[in-house]
Design a protein around this ligand. Structure first.
Ligand code: MN
Length: 477
């Protein structure tokens, strides 16, 4: 993935200033230290150049977005036909080559050359006039805080590109009767680009039967390198390895980066995949329990934005009102990327589902600031809900709870945070991320054209209620 840097100008200035514009643009691009590369593409001077460049950007699978900057004035009517075709994320970078005004050097030629205060306003006008979703970042290109903002936007754009090609495999259907895991898959494909389709559990079982003991031996070595376990009883763990290999084989064959399953639909399988799912998540796959394909998709996207990040499928389970904490866990499937210490593989019975006791990774999530995200189908639209949370080390050892778990307090405060989440319709399933920043989620929602509800330290339930009503007016069709 890379980004195209496009400098806006016009022929009026003559050759030498335009050569200087290009040279300065290259210096700016080379000075950006970002997680994804930026390539200086062109100094555009007329409508046909702009239209051709934007068509190329749309077509180029490696181009994750365009960054525009008007070093000089660039009359915006020449941008209209091109921008009207733009299908890639757009950042209007409102910068300037020089940070300061040089007292002796400044004359009218200097003013005409270093003119983004002027030209970028014309550029901003046409973005606003065309009502185009775009990020605007102002500041000098050498300022690390400004570059960090560009980096956060890049993550959103890369996540959007990933989303548009995401395939999600549903092993079986959703858990029966559950509402929040349902949703309009056509709307999801239209907005998010997701191809959400079902694969029969029987086909997965057939694939499991093809897995060889040698393949299982190899994966067991990988488990042994990463996790602690009691070597006396490995049969159950080996069965999880079989499930993991078979599931990944189908995911690779389909080209899918996310999957779901449910304990209600495991016909022919002896164990609910626990360790198998956890290790697939650790490898970057998105997952949602009980057929929750929306959370599976969002988990995959956040993992694509932060390949080495701490990101997991999560579920709000139970409260401690006295300590003002939520205990989050799942039946089994929490990603070890959020662990505080080396996880342990253990085998215990499940309370429900009627299958054999499955092997799972047991650990405590790490302390730190994080966010939980939930994508819901609000009826006619998708709503992305994000809440800031503070994760803490669980204050009890909970010896009879052999699952991966973590505890957190939601913002703005425990009770108001709960009220806000419930008001917004946030699911009990979320993606928990220790890496994602609010700006990235805002940029992502804008790029995808979906509603975003942020619950942070400044949110009140009263204000949120008004915002949700506004959202109904804005998005409902
Ligand atoms: Mn669940």
């Amino acid at each position: 993935m890379k980004f195209w840097f496009v400098t806006g100008s016009q022929p009026l200035y003559g050759e030498e200033p335009l050569r200087q514009v290009e040279e300065n643009s290259r210096v700016i691009v080379n000075g950006l230290k970002l997680p994804f590369p930026v390539e200086y593409k062109q100094t555009v001077k007329n409508a046909s150049q702009i239209e051709t460049l934007i068509k190329e950007a749309n077509y180029d699978e490696e181009c994750a977005g365009i960054i525009t900057f008007c070093h000089t004035f660039s009359p915006s009517k020449m941008w209209i036909n091109g921008l009207a075709l733009l299908q890639k994320p757009w950042l209007h970078f409102h910068t300037q080559f020089n940070a300061s005004i040089p007292n002796d050097e400044i004359d009218m030629d200097y003013m005409n050359l270093h003119q983004s205060a002027h030209g970028d306003r014309e550029h901003g006008f046409i973005g606003a006039r065309l009502r185009m979703p775009r990020a605007v970042i102002a500041g000098h290109w050498q300022d690390p805080a400004v570059q960090e903002k560009i980096a956060l936007w890049q993550r959103a754009a890369v996540g959007a590109m990933f989303s548009h090609s995401l395939k999600i495999v549903r092993f079986g259907d959703n858990m029966r009767e559950v509402a929040v895991t349902e949703g309009d898959k056509i709307e999801a494909q239209l907005r998010m680009g997701w191809q959400v389709n079902t694969w029969a559990v029987g086909d997965l079982v057939a694939e499991m039967n093809q897995v060889t003991e040698a393949e299982i031996d190899q994966l067991m070595e990988e488990y042994a390198a990463l996790y602690d376990f009691d070597a006396a009883d490995t049969e159950t763990i080996r069965y999880q390895a079989r499930e993991e290999i078979a599931m990944e084989r189908i995911l690779v064959a389909v080209g899918a980066k996310a999957f779901t399953n449910t304990f209600e639909d495991l016909h022919g399988m002896r164990q609910l995949p626990g360790l198998a799912t956890q290790h697939l998540m650790a490898k970057g796959y998105g997952y949602g329990g009980e057929g929750d394909w929306k959370t599976a998709g969002m988990t995959a996207i956040l993992k694509a934005m932060y390949p080495d990040g701490a990101t997991s499928f999560m579920e709000d389970y139970t409260y401690d009102y006295s300590k003002e904490l939520i205990l989050g866990a799942h039946m089994l499937e929490v990603c070890p990327s959020i662990t505080a210490a080396k996880p342990k593989i253990e085998v215990h019975p499940l309370g429900i589902g009627g299958k054999e006791p499955p092997a799972r990774l047991v650990f405590e999530g790490k302390a730190g600031d994080a966010k939980v995200l939930s994508l819901i189908d609000a009826g006619g639209r998708l709503r992305l809900i994000m809440q800031d949370v503070s994760c803490v080390k669980p204050f009890q050892s909970m010896p009879n709870l052999p699952v991966a778990r973590t505890m957190w307090c939601p913002k703005p405060s425990f009770l108001s945070g709960l009220e806000c989440w419930i008001l917004a319709g946030g699911a009990h399933h979320t993606v928990l991320s220790y890496d994602i920043e609010t700006q990235t989620v805002r940029d992502f929602a804008r790029i995808m054209g979906i509603e975003l509800v942020c619950i942070d330290a400044s949110t009140t339930p009263e204000q949120l209620e008004r915002d949700l009503k506004l959202g109904d007016l804005i998005y409902k069709q």
